[in-house]
Design a binder for this molecule. Structure first.
Ligand SMILES: [Zn+2]
Ligand SMILES: [Zn+2]
Length: 184
């Protein structure tokens, strides 16, 4: 019998079409054990990252690009909030992520097909003139990289059914804004 997956225990949905099972690794960013259906390896840095950290890391990368991406993010105090256990890990990885493929190497596979329409919907929402305040910073034409990463973060957090206490504060705000806009 293997070690159990934290995300399976908390009954989070799967995101990549793999079958849930025993944990195959510990997340480099937060340390939880995760199974194949709830974790992935980073393209640039072959380390295991759990499903909870994926949307949070995309959020940190989105914020880094939104600020112009020219200052070393590890010195920004608000970058570490997603993971008190590894405050610098997110900031170190964020500059290497400017598109979804940089984090999710198999994003072109069928198991990820669901994400395209969700991202498309969210991108439209974020450039809407009536966009909620939390998302407005992403509406600028030059913020397309940040906007796409943020949309992917929202889509994945939604698919996982991630509770807000597992989310980076910006992701919490963006999720609330997206939900209010969709159902309000
Ligand atoms: Zn699992
Ligand atoms: Zn993690």
């Amino acid at each position: 019998m293997g070690a159990s997956c934290y995300l399976c225990e908390r009954r989070y949905d799967t995101i990549n079409g793999q079958s849930p099972g025993d944990a195959v690794g510990a997340c480099k960013l937060c340390g939880v054990l995760a199974c194949l259906a709830h974790g992935m390896r980073n393209a640039n840095d072959p380390a295991f990252i759990c499903g909870c950290c994926v949307p949070n890391l995309l959020t940190v990368a989105a914020l880094w690009h939104l600020r112009g991406g020219d200052t070393p993010p590890r010195h920004s105090p608000d970058d570490g909030q997603a993971s008190p256990k590894s405050p610098s890990g997110f900031a170190q990885l964020a500059p290497g992520i400017s598109k979804l493929e940089d984090l999710i190497t198999d994003i072109a596979d069928d198991q990820w097909a669901w994400i395209d329409s969700d991202i498309e919907y969210l991108l439209k929402l974020m450039v809407d003139r009536e966009a909620p305040a939390a998302l407005r910073a992403f509406a600028e034409p030059e913020a397309i990289v940040a906007r796409t990463l943020m949309a992917a973060a929202i889509a994945i957090a939604t698919k996982l059914n991630l509770p807000s206490d597992e989310m980076h504060p910006m992701l919490q705000q963006a999720m609330q804004a997206a939900v209010v806009n969709r159902y309000g």
